[in-house]
Design a protein around this ligand. Structure first.
Ligand code: HEM
Length: 499
C-alpha cells in the first residue's frame, strides 16, 4: 500500500503521515458503520432536490450538509446511496485507497446509454483494462509538457479568431457590451478542442456557425441537465415520466453523430493522401488513436467524450475569469502588466511565454477554487471496504468528494468567498494540498489539464492585450449553479473596451 501512496503523492508529507495514523489505529476505534453515519432522511433529501431547486444547488447543499452533519454524511440520491466527504484530509484518505484503475461512478446513466445503443466507452466512462490502455496512449500526447506545448500554434489560431469575434461583437453597440460571453466561449472551447483532435478548423467562430455545431453545444447543455435528473429519478419513475431519459438519449445521439462525422471526414482525407502516395504526418489526437490500432468504435467514443470535456470546462472557467477580473480592476491591470512585460514588443504569446506568468497561473487557480467546474467528483472502490474518517465504507459504495465545500471553507482559505489570486503567490497561506483540487488527483485525474491550462492562458493573455474588460453594470452579481458542472446561473454580460 505504501509505495502506491508515495507514487500518487508528490505533495506535502504531512497529510500522508496523518493518513498513516488513521490506518494504524486499533480496530476497536475504527468500527463505525454506515448505520452510525448522520444524514438527511430519504424523503427530506428528495424534497430538497425536487422542491427546493436542489438539483441546481447541489454545490450549496454541500455547504449545508457539512454544517448540519459534519465532514462525512450519507444521503440517498434517488435510488443511489452516496457517502459525502467534505474535508480535505478525508478526501485524501479516499483517494489514497483507490486501486491502480480507479473508478469514478458505477451507476452512471452515461454508461447505460452506451450499453443501450451499442456505443463504445471513452476515457470518461471506460473502466479497468479498457480505460488504462487508452489512458496510457493519450497520456503520451496530453500529459507530457513538451507534447502539449506543441499545440500552442494550433490553439493560437483559434484564439486569434476569438479575439476577432469579440471585436465584432463589441462593435455592435456603442458601449462595447458583449452579452452572454459564455456563448462565445462555448464555441471557442469546441473549436479549441477540435483543433487538437482533428488538426483542422470546424468553423465554430465563423460569422455563421454551422447548424450541427450549435446543435452539438445545445445537446451538451441539455445532456448535463438530464444527467442529474435521470440519476435522481428512481427506475419506476422513468416509466411514468419517460421524457428526461428520452431527451438524454437524443442529446447523446446528436453528440456521437457530430463526432463520427468529423472523424470519418478526417480519416477519409488521410486515406486519400495515402492513395496519392503522400506521407502521413498527423499531429492530432484522432490520428494517434487510429494509428495505434484502437478500434474505430472506441475512437468514436473517445473523441466524443474529449469534445464534450473540452467545451463547458473552458467556457465556464474563461467566463468566470473575465467576470472576476472585470470586478477587480487592480488585478486585471496587474495581470495585463505581467503579460506585457513578458511579451515586450511581440503580439502573440506562446507556451514558453505563459510559463513565465505566475499571476496568470494564480488567477486560474483562484477561479477554479471559487468556481470548480466539477463541484463534486465521485469514487467507487469496487474491491475492498475502506476506512474514512473513522467509518467503514463497504466496497462499491458511491463516495461523493465535495470539492466545492472544501475550496470555500474558511478553515482552509482566508476570506474564502473573495477573489484573491495573490493567495497562491505567497507561501504564508499553507493550504491543505487536497483543499482545492479542481482537476482531481492521481491516476484518474483530468487528462486534459495541461491542454486546458494552455488554452486558458493563451486566451486570457491575448484578450487582456486587446481589451479592457468592465462589468456591464455596477454590482451585477452572478452566482454559480449546478448543471452536473458548475456554470453561471444567468448570462454574464461584459463591456470590452478596445485598447
Ligand atoms: C478548466 C478545465 C477543466 C477542468 C477543471 C477539468 C476537471 C476534470 C476533473 C475534476 C476530472 C475528474 C478527475 C478525477 O476523477 O479524478 C476530469 C476528467 C477528465 N477530463 Fe477534465 N477538466 C478540464 C478540462 C478538460 C479538457 C479541455 C479536456 C479535453 C481535452 C478534459 C478531458 C478530461 C477527460 C477525458 C477526463 C477523464 C479522465 C479519465 O477518467 O482518465 N478536461 N476533468
Amino acid at each position: 500500500m505504501l509505495p502506491q501512496t508515495l507514487k500518487v503523492t508528490g505533495r506535502s508529507a504531512l497529510p500522508l503521515l496523518r493518513w498513516a495514523d488513521v490506518m494504524r489505529a486499533p480496530p476497536s476505534q475504527q468500527v463505525k458503520t454506515l448505520e452510525h453515519m448522520p444524514g438527511p432522511s430519504s424523503a427530506g433529501f428528495l424534497w430538497d432536490l425536487f422542491f427546493r431547486r436542489g438539483l441546481t444547488r447541489l454545490h450549496q447543499m454541500q455547504l449545508e450538509g457539512r454544517s448540519k452533519y459534519g465532514p462525512v454524511w450519507k444521503a440517498r440520491f434517488g435510488p443511489i446511496l452516496t457517502v459525502h466527504v467534505a474535508e480535505p484530509d478525508l478526501i485524501e484518505q479516499v483517494l489514497r485507497q483507490e486501486g491502480p484503475q480507479p473508478m469514478r461512478s458505477d451507476l452512471s446513466s452515461w454508461k447505460d446509454y452506451r450499453r443501450l445503443r451499442g456505443e463504445g466507452f471513452g476515457l470518461l466512462t471506460a473502466e479497468g483494462e479498457e480505460w488504462q490502455s487508452v489512458r496510457r496512449l493519450l497520456g503520451k500526447h496530453m500529459l507530457r509538457p513538451k507534447a502539449v506545448e506543441a499545440y500552442d500554434l494550433t490553439l493560437n489560431s483559434v484564439v486569434t479568431d476569438l479575439v476577432e469575434k469579440l471585436r465584432l461583437r463589441q462593435r455592435e453597440n456603442a458601449s462595447g457590451l458583449v452579452s452572454d460571453v459564455s456563448a462565445e466561449f462555448y464555441r471557442f472551447g469546441l473549436e479549441g478542442i477540435s483543433s487538437v483532435l482533428f488538426e483542422s478548423r470546424i468553423g465554430c467562430l465563423d460569422p455563421v456557425v454551422p447548424v450541427e455545431t450549435e446543435r452539438f453545444i445545445q445537446s451538451i447543455n441539455s445532456m448535463f441537465v438530464m444527467t442529474l435528473l435521470t440519476m435522481a429519478m428512481p427506475q419506476w419513475l422513468h416509466r411514468l415520466l419517460p421524457k428526461p431519459w428520452e431527451t438524454f438519449c437524443r442529446c447523446w445521439d446528436d453528440m456521437f453523430r457530430f463526432a463520427k462525422g468529423h472523424i470519418d471526414q478526417r480519416l477519409e482525407e488521410e486515406r486519400q493522401k495515402m492513395s496519392r502516395g503522400e506521407r502521413l504526418e498527423g499531429r492530432y489526437l484522432t490520428y494517434y488513436l487510429s494509428q495505434a490500432g484502437v478500434p474505430l468504435k472506441s475512437v468514436y467514443s473517445n473523441v466524443t467524450e474529449l469534445l464534450l470535456a473540452g467545451v463547458d470546462t473552458i467556457s465556464s472557467t474563461l467566463s468566470w475569469s473575465l467576470y472576476e477580473l472585470s470586478r477587480h480592476q487592480g488585478v486585471q491591470k496587474a495581470l495585463r502588466d505581467e503579460v506585457l512585460s513578458v511579451m515586450k514588443d511581440r503580439s502573440v504569446p506562446n507556451a514558453g511565454d505563459v510559463a513565465a506568468m505566475p499571476l496568470m497561473k494564480a488567477v486560474i487557480k483562484e477561479i477554479l477554487r471559487l468556481y470548480p467546474v466539477i463541484p463534486a467528483n465521485a469514487r467507487v472502490i469496487p474491491d475492498k471496504d475502506i476506512k474514512v474518517g473513522g467509518y467503514l465504507i463497504p466496497r462499491n459504495t458511491l463516495i461523493t468528494l465535495c470539492h466545492y465545500a472544501t475550496s470555500r471553507d474558511p478553515k482552509h482559505f482566508r476570506d474564502p468567498d473573495s477573489f484573491v489570486p495573490q493567495r497562491w503567490l505567497s507561501r504564508s497561506e499553507g493550504n491543505h494540498p487536497f483543499a482545492s483540487v479542481p482537476f482531481g488527483v492521481g491516476k484518474r485525474s483530468c487528462i486534459g489539464r495541461r491542454i486546458a491550462e494552455l488554452e486558458l492562458y493563451l486566451a486570457l493573455s491575448r484578450i487582456l492585450m486587446h481589451f479592457d474588460v468592465e462589468p456591464a453594470k455596477e454590482n451585477d452579481t452572478v452566482r454559480p449553479m449546478t448543471r452536473t458542472l458548475l456554470v453561471p446561473e444567468r448570462p454574464i454580460n461584459l463591456r470590452f473596451v478596445e485598447r
